[in-house]
Each structure stands twice: as C-alpha cells, then as structure tokens.
Design a protein around this ligand. Sequence first.
Ligand code: AMP
Length: 398
Amino acid sequence: MSSLPVLVLNSGSSSIKFSVYEAGDGARTRLFEGAVDGIGTEFGEFWIKDAGGKKLVDQTPALPNRAVAFKLVADALHSGQFPAPAAIGHRMVSGGPTVLENQRITPPLIDEMESYTAFAPLHTPIAVYIMRQALEIFPGVPNFVILDTYFHRTMSEVAKHMPIPDEYAAMGVRRYGYHGISYESIIYQLQPSVPECLIVAHLGNGASISAIRNGRCLDTSMGLTPTGGIISGTRTGDIDPGVLLFILRQIAATAASAAEAADQLETVVSKRSGLLGVSGLSNDMRELREAIRTGNAKARLAVDKFCWTIARWIGSFVAELNGLDMLVFTGGIGENDIASRAEICAGLGALGIVLDPARNNVRGAAVISAENSPVTVRVIPPLEDLMIVNHVVRLLGE
Ligand code: AMP
C-alpha cells in the first residue's frame, strides 16, 4: 500500500479532536493534531499542532454550537495547508445492539446508530452529526466507524447478559463495555509480550476497568451505558437500582412529564454524581487533590470512594481471571495521579500487587511495581488515534 493521509475524528460531548496520520506499509506518522474544545461556551479553544508540537492554529473563538465548532475544523482541513484525507476514521462510543463491527459508513448506517442514542446519550448526537458532515464535505472519501464496544465483543454470554426480563434483553439491554479503543491500544503497545492475565484500568474523566486474557476481553466494568461500572468524574457507576427509583420518585413529584423526569434522572446519574456529586466541588482530580491538601473532608471521601471502588473491581477481576500477571494504569488520572495509583494499590499486596513508591513517583509511561512484586504494574498512555488508523487501514484493504 502506498502512503495515505488518514483523518481521525474523535468527538466528545463538548469537544472535537482530530489528527491526520500518514499511513503506509506498517509505518504510521502523525502529521498534525488539533481540537475544538468548549462547545456551547463563549470562550472556546481551537488549536492545531504539527508533529513537532508547534502550534499552527491557536484561537479562542465563541463556540455556540457543534455546527460552528465543526466548521472551524472543516475550513482548516480544506485550507490547503494540510493534506486532503484519503480515508476518515470516526471514533464511536456505541452503535447499539446491531452495529457492533467496525465498518464503512453509509447514510443508513448513521440513521441506525442514531436510533440507539439512548445507549450513549452524551456522545452519539455529536458523533452522528460529524459523520453526516464528513460524508458531505469530503465526497468520495471512505469514512469508517471505529467502535469502543468492538473490543468487548469477546465477553461471554454470562458476562454480557443482564438479570432482567427477556423482553428488555430483546431490545438490546445488555452489558457492552466502552473505552475499547484505549484497551486495544494498550494491548498493541504490549505486543509481542501480551501477558496471559492482564487488568487495565482506564481512569480518566470517564473511568472503566477491564479483565483481559491473552489479549481478549473477558470482562469490563461499564455496562449498557458509560454510566455503569466504577464511579467516575460525574457518573455514579454501578448503583443499587433502588436508588434510581428513590430519586425518580422525588423528581416525578414535580416533573411536567415522564420524559422530563427521565431526562432529569439521567442528568443526576451522568452529570451530577461521581467525584463531583460526592465532593460537591469538582469532577477534576487535580482540584480534588488540591482540596484534600487544605483538609476538605468531602473531597477526601470522594477520592477514597473512587480508589476503594477500583480496588474492589481489581479484586473481582483477579478472581475472574484466576490470576494476574500485569496491571496497567492509563487515562488522565491513571497516567498522572501518583496518589490515586498508590491509594488503589495500597491494600492489594495479598493479590501480588506491590508498588515501588520511588518508581511510582512519575507521570507517563513507566514500570511502577517493586522489584519483587509478583504482578508487574505499569503506566501506559493510550494511543487511541493510532488504533483508529490501524483499523481504517485494515478495512481499506478488505
Ligand atoms: P482524561 O479524561 O483521560 O483526559 O482525564 C481527565 C482526568 O485526569 C481529570 O480528572 C484530571 O484531573 C486528571 N488529571 C490530568 N492531569 C493530572 C495530574 N497531573 N494530576 C492528577 N490528575 C490529573
């Protein structure tokens, strides 16, 4: 295959990130990357950096909506300053129960994925908007959807199934798992020596953890939506269903309609809970660590709850894997928050997880376990865009 520029588009609820790679015969070179951040605000950010980190664009535009935000990206990509893409890869959190394979995007496929917005309500609306725009402004260029759920397709029926009446299971209500592109990128980086029993903790603003045997997903913490699993920045994680009913009854007493009550409940569990809900202060680990330093007890409780939950999941995954060779931390907190890694691992000596405090005192890629730790503990930053490019190149060749 000759060298091709591949554009990666990765949208979040308030941002659009993008990068262009030169891809050919096994070699992948990132040419540039950029982002529009702060969609829905008056003071957004728009930047593009070249491969050496030099800022080519650095603006603070008003970003009232996603249309304005994406137009900035599209105009920059069409300015002639950057190579026109030969293929485009779109990160997609969920394609619902029917779109589970990475594949070429067509207008009916976008409609199908959009019909499952309830599976990833914060992510799907902007992702499908960008897909439609990309098909229009890059006519003839093949676009591919690369799914976060794809990695988790190897989970067993027991792990996927939910203990609910069959009529709901038939609607696609089951455990899917997310952050899959991040997990794939960790395994990619561990090759050729992927350990048999591996746990990867992706701890960012959204957080999840996966049990992986021989490179294949055995189990993961997130379920039907990215709100399930471990507590994260603004999301509850798994919670007693009775709590949802209790809150729903409170909300329903004043809501104008059932739909409004459901929306309000969604806001509570997805945007107002987690570290933010418990601390009453912030969903940002840096701010919480700062507050802990000044003696804020609620911030302390929120972070303790976060670390405690993750330690419990690690314990259950060791049981499920029936052993553990390696634990990997990734994501913004996993890569940078030295204290969270120490606090999560502090009580896991019986599982063979022993950190070396000096080695753990780093940000970014490192081995952080003690010399005599039976389990190797590593920090590995994810390479999600590179994984998307790898999928696109594979699909182009099919
Ligand atoms: P992500 O969603 O992967 O970008 O991760 C965002 C989370 O990483 C936020 O909670 C940040 O506070 C946290 N984070 C980023 N840098 C640091 C740092 N240097 N120390 C502690 N937490 C950090």
